[in-house]
Write a protein that binds this ligand. Structure first.
Ligand code: ARG
Length: 257
């Protein structure tokens, strides 16, 4: 009981010291330090996040979206790159405030983090060698060798294929390279990323097969229960209203949402 009292008194003293320190009147109030939004991403995921050609600076749909959200919130955006499977631990450890990484909103992840409103509709697709005309759908991959990016929904889907031998890679590109080198029979990953990869030269050796699997929604993740989610949703809603969101969307995907 005594301890509680002492603590309370100290707290009151600290508060009053802070108040007098601030001077009270409005004119004397110092400008608030600029807010910083610490953003984590896995930056080898074009067209969502990837380095600008010949530079370390990142670009892509997610990057421009989070920059615009930061601006809307009056925060300076600081982006750091890390492994995709390191993003949720980094959020939980408080090393980053939010993660934007083409991250699918899943029930499993929702147990660990909070997600913003969805901002992009995606799905999974299978990529094989161009000459592999024998396969038509995921059912043809039972017992086959499949590559995926570690910690992704693509990995989860691969592991659901009966008897499949699944190899994981740190990036989507490395998984694709393994296909090129003949180390696996297929890659399972996000459709828009595969399409971009094929369009940027991958179609010389690869193609997608079958239909888009699993409708997935991307969301911005924050620490579980974080109040930031609300601010982000508000900022995003404003960007949708003022046309900025559509502008960024069109730039990367060619058509308005
Ligand atoms: N959408 C998939 C997932 O959430 C893959 C995301 C990978 N993102 C990245 N930046 N590498 O599991």
């Amino acid at each position: 009981m005594k301890k509680v009292l002492v603590f309370l008194m100290m707290a009151i003293m600290a508060c009053s010291m802070m108040l007098t320190g601030c001077g009270g009147s409005k004119e004397e109030k110092k400008a608030e330090p600029a807010k910083v939004l610490r953003v984590g991403t896995e930056p080898a995921f074009a067209p969502f996040e990837f380095p600008k050609e010949g530079s370390k600076e990142l670009t892509g749909f997610d990057i421009e979206l989070v920059q615009a959200i930061g601006k809307q919130m009056g925060a300076k955006v600081e982006i750091s790159g890390m492994g995709f499977d390191a993003l949720i631990p980094a959020l939980n450890a408080g090393n980053i405030d939010v993660a934007i990484a083409g991250m699918t909103i899943t029930e499993e992840r929702k147990k660990a983090v909070s997600f913003s409103d969805p901002y992009y509709t995606s799905g999974l697709i299978i990529m094989v060698k161009k000459d592999n005309t024998a396969v038509k759908s995921i059912d043809d991959f039972k017992g086959k060798r499949i590559a995926a990016q570690i910690g992704t929904t693509g990995e989860m889907k691969s592991r659901s294929v009966e008897g499949a031998k699944v190899t994981t890679f740190n990036t989507q590109d490395e998984a694709a390279l393994e296909l090129k080198n003949g180390g696996v029979d297929a890659v399972i990953g996000d459709l828009p990323v595969m399409e971009y990869y094929l369009a940027k030269g991958g179609s010389q050796f690869a193609m997608t097969v079958g239909e888009k699997m699993e409708a997935e929604q991307y969301g911005i993740a924050a620490k579980k229960g974080s109040k930031l989610v609300e601010d982000i949703n508000k900022a995003m809603a404003e960007l949708k209203k003022n046309g900025e969101f559509d502008k960024i969307y069109k730039k990367w995907f060619g058509e308005a949402k």
